[in-house]
Design a protein around this ligand. Structure first.
Ligand code: BES
Ligand code: MN
Ligand code: MN
Length: 464
């Protein structure tokens, strides 16, 4: 019997091909047209778990897309690790901006991935990342190196807000009983600077609609006196931030936890190169709330961003018209202790209040999610840190991320479990964007690191 890393090394091509198979399924949870693909993807995840050596594999229905469950129990004395991930992906639009089709994975070299990267929707977020755990399980089982009980819970609605997952946790508390949740759905600072995410932002997401006249009007006949909902929506949105780029929604910052000088100094140790950052997204300057650095603005500070805005004539050529309606989608990223429901309420009140009497405003809350912070003094964090230190040759830095994984807070609230966010993606992997990719280096680094996490976690749990 070979050892774990030899097993991984000798099965590299198959580990890639199996991921490719998963990536060929367009499991887009947001678009009902892909419903059968999402279901088919759940089936493939279940088959892959079984093939890797998991038992009790089930496709558990929810009110939405199913959760795939599987487990590998080695001993009642061993600690139990609950692996969470998602098999759904974001829509691939705009399709014309992909250099190769989104659901036909190919490996291409990039500047940051000289060994090649897998290009496909979901390659990094999150198929490539949760599948590392499936392959690591196979490697551990095949080399007799599994020392923790492992449970898998792979969901299909993360990209649309995990609306049915809290009831799922409530209904399956016993089945999901564990000592820690392990998630690979975040990133590292770079392939040279490993990091472990210790904070995620929350989210409040709303759609707003401003209605002016009861029909589209001739902009010459009516223009000047009739309220223009597009102009008004733009003014209202512009007023949501002041000259210091602070959000003006009344009460917005009331519950924000301010970090101490020491905590901010510790954060600043994570390397950040502003000119490289600017270059990587081709911008002239960074923006944001005064008094905070760019990494702080992206992690420990809340945001308000328009994600989409539309109204009026958007076809070819010119049409002289004052639209009846204008709309926008707005996201607010939240930090500890902000409550998404309360922020949504504050936003709604504020937005209604600032609307001029000439228009009507309709606000529809979309999904939300709680922020989360994860501890660095737990044995699970230490196990992840030790595992990454041996595979990267450098101790990972704790790092607060800007994205959201709403279910992480629910793991704590409902199951009483802390989470370790041991992800391997890069910010430049273009998740949610055209040409999403995941480094071959990162994929195998993850597969090598995960067994070491289990090994350290089992050992450290014993000593406790
Ligand atoms: N995996 C991401 C979140 C992420 C990525 C966190 C990188 C940290 C680093 C996740 O799939 C995601 O996209 N979450 C959504 C939230 C959801 C409610 C749609 C997000 O952050 O927009
Ligand atoms: Mn994800
Ligand atoms: Mn995502």
């Amino acid at each position: 019997m070979s050892d774990c890393s030899t097993y991984i090394e000798s099965n590299r091509d198959r580990f890639l091909e199996e991921l490719f198979e998963l990536l060929r399924i367009p499991s887009i949870s947001a678009d009902p047209a892909f419903a059968s693909d999402v279901e088919r993807c759940a089936q493939m995840v279940a088959n892959q778990l079984t093939a890797a050596g998991a038992m009790q594999v089930e496709i558990i229905p929810t009110e939405g897309y199913p959760v795939v469950y599987g487990e590998c129990m080695v001993s009642p004395e061993a600690p139990t690790v609950l692996v969470y991930g998602h098999y759904d992906v974001q829509p691939a639009d705009p399709l014309e901006l992909w250099d190769s089709p989104a659901f036909e994975p190919v490996i291409k070299k990039t500047e940051l991935h000289p060994e090649g990267a897998i290009f496909a929707r979901g390659a990094c977020d999150d198929k490539g990342q949760f599948f590392m755990h499936v392959k690591a399980l196979e490697a551990m089982v095949q080399s007799d190196a599994l020392h923790c009980n492992v449970k898998f819970m792979i969901e299909g609605e993360e990209e649309v807000g995990s609306a049915h997952l809290e009831p799922f946790l409530e209904a399956h508390k016993e089945k999901l009983a564990a000592d820690i949740v392990l998630v690979s759905d975040t990133g590292i600072i770079s392939n040279e600077v490993p990091s472990i995410t210790v904070g995620l932002r929350g989210l409040s997401y709303v759609e707003v609609e401003v209605t002016g006249p009861n029909r589209d009007l001739h902009s010459g006949l009516y223009g000047g006196a009739a309220p223009n909902p597009i102009n008004i929506l733009c003014e209202m949105i512009a007023s949501l931030k002041d000259e210091d780029q602070r959000i003006t929604v009344d009460g917005f910052y009331d519950d924000v936890v301010e970090l101490s000088r020491e905590e901010r100094t510790a954060m600043a140790e994570a390397p950040f190169n502003e000119s490289e950052y600017r270059k990587s997204i081709d911008i002239g300057a960074v923006e944001g709330e005064s008094g905070f650095t760019a990494p702080e603005r992206m992690s420990i500070r809340p945001t308000l961003d328009v994600n989409g805005i539309w109204g009026g004539y958007m076809g070819d050529g010119a049409k002289t018209v004052i639209a009846s309606k204008a709309s926008a989608k707005i996201s607010m990223r939240l930090v500890p202790n902000q409550d998404p429901d309360q922020i949504t309420e504050l936003f709604m009140k504020h937005f209604e209040r600032i609307a001029p009497p000439s228009v009507k405003v309709k606000i529809t809350p979309m999904h939300g999610g709680q922020p989360a912070v994860t501890p660095t003094d737990s044995i699970a964090y230490q196990a992840a840190s030790a595992a990454m230190e041996s595979t990267f040759g450098r101790k990972p830095v704790p790092f607060r991320g800007g994205g959201s994984i709403p279910i992480v807070a629910s793991f704590e609230q409902i199951l009483g479990l802390k989470t370790v966010l041991m992800g391997f993606g890069l910010d430049s992997d273009a998740i949610h964007s055209p040409n999403e990719h995941y480094g071959v280096f990162n994929y195998f680094k993850g597969i090598e690191t995960i067994p070491l996490f289990h090994k350290h976690f089992a050992l450290m749990s014993q000593k406790q």
